[in-house]
Design a protein around this ligand. Structure first.
Ligand SMILES: [Fe+2]
Ligand SMILES: [Fe+2]
Length: 206
């Protein structure tokens, strides 16, 4: 379904600019979440690298908009995003649902809960990114678009590996918890895609 929507989006200048802006918004929100979950002293290279790269993704996607039309989507106001309400709700809702799950499963609180949520929420997002960006890049390739997200794809693959490394250290049965978190994410993502789909112009066949 997303594949079809992306073809419609990429074919339309304004929709495509809004799509890039929407991805940029999400990357920026993710970067801010990573920084917000930092310990006050125990900040390692992986966390700094990850936050820096997510910020770069937000910036890079915003810059790509100029390849379509540099007068579009200057900021993140609702009119410049696709399904803005769902877009702004997605990460926040994911974080809350995952915190609730981890609190119940591991009996965590305070910084320990914050850190566990960082691990699992980020893992689910990286799994999603590794699926979404290649599908989008394939549509860009098909349409010979000047926009490209190959550098993001490479970095997201690295992020997924880094999150797995940290999850292995966190819990020996991280995989079964990660599977639950991925389920939570999938429901939110599907709602987001549905909202996005509803916003696209309906093509009436002649
Ligand atoms: Fe990213
Ligand atoms: Fe990432």
């Amino acid at each position: 379904m997303l594949d079809l929507s992306l073809k419609t989006i990429v074919a339309d200048r304004v929709l495509h600019a809004k799509w890039l802006n929407t991805l940029s918004y999400m990357e920026n929100a993710g970067a801010k979440k990573i920084s917000a979950s930092e310990h006050k002293d125990h900040v390692n290279l992986i966390i700094l690298k990850h936050a820096a790269e997510e910020h770069r993704h937000a910036y890079y996607l915003k810059k790509q908009i100029a390849k379509i039309d540099d007068s579009l989507c200057k900021t993140y106001t609702n009119a410049e995003l696709l399904s803005p309400n769902h877009t702004k709700y997605y990460l926040h809702a994911l974080d809350i649902a995952v915190c609730r799950y981890l609190k119940a499963e591991f009996n965590l609180s305070g910084y320990a809960l914050k850190f566990a949520a960082y691990l699992f929420v980020t893992y689910a997002i990286e799994v999603r990114a590794d699926e979404l960006y290649p599908v989008y890049q394939a549509v860009l390739d098909d349409t010979k678009s000047r926009v490209n997200v190959k550098s993001i794809i490479l970095e997201e693959e690295g992020h997924l590996e880094e999150m797995i490394k940290q999850l292995v250290e966190f819990s020996p049965d991280w995989e079964c918890h990660a599977a639950e978190v991925v389920k939570i994410e999938k429901e939110l993502f599907d709602n987001w895609v549905e909202a996005l789909h509803a916003e696209l112009p309906v093509h009436i066949p002649f």
